[in-house]
Ligand binder design. Sequence first.
Ligand code: SAM
Length: 292
Amino acid sequence: MKINEDNMFFMMSKHQIKTVQSLGQNFLRDKNTALKIIEAANLTKDDLVIEVGMGAGSLSKLIAPQCKQLVGIEIDKRLLPLLNETLSDFTNVDIIHDDVLKLDIINDILAKYPEFSSYKVIANLPYYITTAVIMKFIQCDKPPDISVLMMQKEVADRIVAGPGSKTYGGLSVIVNYYCNTKRVMNVSPNCFVPKPAVNSTVLQFTKHENHIVTIADRQLFFKVIKSAFAQRRKKLSNSVANTLDVGILKSEIESILMEMGLDIAIRGEKLSIEQFATLSDAIYEKSINKEI
Ligand code: SAM
C-alpha cells in the first residue's frame, strides 16, 4: 500500500522539491511501514510527539490524528510551504525549522508545552546523524518514554546486539544502559523515494524506569566501555590499559577480572552491561585509592 503516493509526488512537484542526498532525504512511500512505526509508539490522544525530520510529511500526517500535539523538526526550509499545505487540516502540529542537533530539547521544545509531563519521539532519521540524534535524546535530562526510529540496518544491528555477538560494541552497551531496545521490523529500500543504497530497520527504545545498573562514576563507565572496544582484537586488559587515561595498569585490570570470576584474557565484546559496571567501579576504587 502506498502513502497517498500520488499526493506526495504531486506536492513535491507542485513545490518543486527535489530531494537532497546530503540531508538524508529518503522519503517514506509505504503506508504499511508508516503505520507500523506509529503503532510501535503506542500513541494515545494525550501524547506529545516530537518528529525529527518531517520531509514531505508522510509520517506527520498519520501521527497528527493519533496524538494531542505533534512537534516536527525540519532543517530544510524548502519543505516548509509543502508541509504547511499538507498538514493544514491539523491544528495540533507545530513545525520547528532548525537543525535538531542545535536545539536544546528542554528549553527550545519541551518548555513550550508545559502541560505535558512526558513525550515520545518518532522519526525516519536522516542516516548521517543517526547516533548523534539517538544519544541527544536518550542522554538529555528529560528523555522520551518511547522512541521509534528508522535507521540504517547496520546501526540498528549494533544497537540491539548482545555480548558475544560480532556487532556488539560500545554503542550497544551505552544505548541499552539508558533504554530497552527492540527491533520492530526491517524495511526494504523499495519503501522509500529515492531508494537508499542500504537496508533500514525500525527500532523501539523504551526508557528504563530505573537504571539497570548503579555506577559510581558514569563518565568513567563510558570511558571504560570506549577503551574496552578501542582495540577490539586485543584482550580487554590490554585495550583498557593502553587507552584509558586514569593510570590503571594491565596487572590491576587482570586482578579485577579475576575477582569478577572472568578469564584475564577476555575481550571486551564478552562483557555484559552489569560486568562493565562492576569493572568500572573497581577501576574507580583503585584510582581513588591512588589519589589518596
Ligand atoms: N519523515 C519523512 C519521511 O519519513 O518521509 C522524511 C524522512 S527523511 C529520511 C529525513 C528528513 O530529515 C529530511 O526531510 C531531512 O531534510 C531532515 N533532516 C536532515 N538533517 C536534519 C537535521 N539536522 N535536523 C532536522 N532535520 C533534518
